[in-house]
Design a protein around this ligand. Structure first.
Ligand SMILES: Cc1cc2nc3c(=O)[nH]c(=O)nc-3n(C[C@H](O)[C@H](O)[C@H](O)COP(=O)(O)OP(=O)(O)OC[C@H]3O[C@@H](n4cnc5c(N)ncnc54)[C@H](O)[C@@H]3O)c2cc1C
Length: 453
């Protein structure tokens, strides 16, 4: 079997792997990125394709251009279950042609020296004394099995977790997830019969009836083209997502021409706090595989890019010290938690609460502005939930109708703050990881009990 040596092996070329390669390129390291798919399909996965502009600005990533950009977005319209209340939350973003943008980022990394092999799958890890030292690859283009030895493997295999799932389960980076911490999501891209009104706004329909534990979306990809789909919470026995889609498509996308279907497909989305440790000896995990998705809205492309950026920074500094152990790579955890992970953990708490609400609760809360648009925006940007309105309203409204909802909201805000603080106190070294993890787990358990009463 052929044996090769690289400084870095990136497994998976989706948004997470591609951005790791993009930020590593041009720094003198010998980097190999592989993906099971052929070049023209890399980045092609079921997705709503909406990404906030803020992610590109913050990470210095190029904006999508030409055919990579399908529509410029000015904000989101959020509809209550009874559709009587509509909140408009402003914020610039892009509706992407995701494969085109993804492949451009890979080409730019390649132009700066990153080697890319398509149609190549990492079949198994090579482990030496608790350390990942490489992988066995199956290259279908050349029909060869290749063993690659490397200082660090970047695991960017998406929700499949197809590489790290083959590591010994005792390693923190092999951590599995509870099915209830996932969303099953399905979408189609179709042409519409008429021009889409306000097509620079994404539409989100919150409804437990038509998408339990998730929501319906209608994301215009221009004047006459729309990405429409839904997510439902996994592990709850809610039934087939295709049945929900068929049953409610006419309600949430009455203007689509069902004979003009361009693409369809579904996939799973992790909706929890990030992996407790994204690193171990010789390995860094990024993107969906590291559970980097926003637990409330399920957007994971921006945070996959953040994790790629943090991975590249960590690897470059590990090369300076020559330390690729858990200790030497630990900054990955600190970087990601600081950039996104602490907010994400707090939104994991918020998500658990939202998934328990009834449509009547949501109608009531949106109509009465128990949380206001600004509060929601702040929660989604920072993971902080301020209940100024609810606090004031508490005494008045508790007499009127739903005191338990308001008291629960206060509990939610308190736990969001607590968990965020725990994450901001993430251990500075691996020694304290287990103790810290226990505090997080017990806080979540306590919260689950508090809101189920
Ligand atoms: C229906 C749906 C709608 C969504 N909508 C949005 C949205 O509007 N906005 C948003 O930001 N996010 C959205 N998301 C989430 C988003 O798609 C993901 O978070 C994001 O694409 C994850 O990127 P990734 O690089 O981590 O993983 P992936 O894009 O899954 O990439 C993983 C790559 O690894 C490769 N691979 C896997 N195993 C191996 C192996 N062993 N060897 C070699 N290669 C391997 C795969 O071929 C793949 O190319 C949505 C998800 C779904 C399912």
């Amino acid at each position: 079997m052929k044996e090769l040596k690289y400084d870095v092996l990136i497994i998976g070329g989706g948004f997470a792997g591609a951005s790791t390669a993009y930020h590593l390129a041009g720094h003198g390291l010998k980097v190999l990125l592989i993906d099971s798919k052929p070049w023209n399909r890399i980045g092609d996965k079921p997705c709503g394709d909406a990404v906030s502009k803020a992610h590109f600005d913050r990470l210095g990533m190029p904006y999508p251009r030409g055919d990579e950009l399908e529509n410029k977005i000015s904000g989101i319209k959020l509809y209550s279950p009874d559709m009587e209340t509509v909140w408009t939350v402003k914020g610039e973003g892009f509706e992407l042609n995701a494969p085109a943008y993804n492949q451009r980022i890979l080409r730019e990394a390649e132009a700066k020296g990153v080697e890319i092999w398509d149609q190549t799958t990492a079949v198994k890890p090579i482990i030496d004394h608790d350390t990942v030292v490489g992988a066995v690859l199956n290259n279908r283009r050349t029909n060869e099995e290749v063993t690659v030895y490397t200082k660090v493997v970047v695991e960017a295999t998406g929700y499949s977790r197809s590489f790290r799932s083959k590591l010994p389960p005792v390693l923190p980076v092999a951590e599995d997830l509870d099915e209830r911490d996932t969303d099953i999501a399905y979408r189609e891209v179709l042409l519409t019969k008429d021009d889409i009104e306000d097509n620079e706004y994404l539409r989100i329909y919150v409804t437990q009836k038509a998408s339990p534990g998730g929501y319906w979306w209608y994301f215009p990809k221009g004047k006459n083209k729309v990405n429409v789909g839904l997510g439902i919470q996994g592990g709850m026995g809610y039934g087939s997502i295709h049945e929900y889609y068929k049953k409610y498509l006419d309600t949430y996308a009455p203007d689509v021409d069902k004979n003009k279907l361009l693409v369809k497909g579904g996939a799973l989305v992790p909706t929890r706090r990030p992996l407790y440790s994204m690193v171990w000896n010789g390995i860094i995990v990024v993107g969906d595989s590291a559970y980097t998705v926003n637990p409330v809205h399920g957007g994971g492309k921006g945070s996959a890019m953040i994790s790629g950026y943090c991975a590249a920074r960590t690897i470059l500094s590990a090369y300076e010290t020559g330390d690729f152990t858990t200790n030497g790579l630990w900054n990955m955890n600190l970087c990601y938690i600081n950039e996104y992970g602490a907010k994400q953990a707090s939104l994991d708490i918020f998500r658990r609460f939202l998934q328990k609400l009834t449509d009547e609760d949501i109608d009531y809360g949106m109509k009465r502005k128990v949380i206001k648009e600004e509060d929601l925006l702040e929660a989604s940007e920072k993971g902080d939930l301020h209940l100024s309105a609810a606090d004031k309203a508490m005494r008045v409204i508790s007499a009127l109708g739903r005191p338990s909802l308001l008291f629960k909201l206060k509990t939610v805000a308190d736990y969001m703050k607590r968990i965020k603080q725990l994450y901001l106190n993430y251990p500075q070294s691996p020694k304290m990881l287990n103790q810290w993890k226990e505090s997080v787990d017990s806080t979540i358990l306590e919260f689950n009990n508090a809101i189920s009463n």
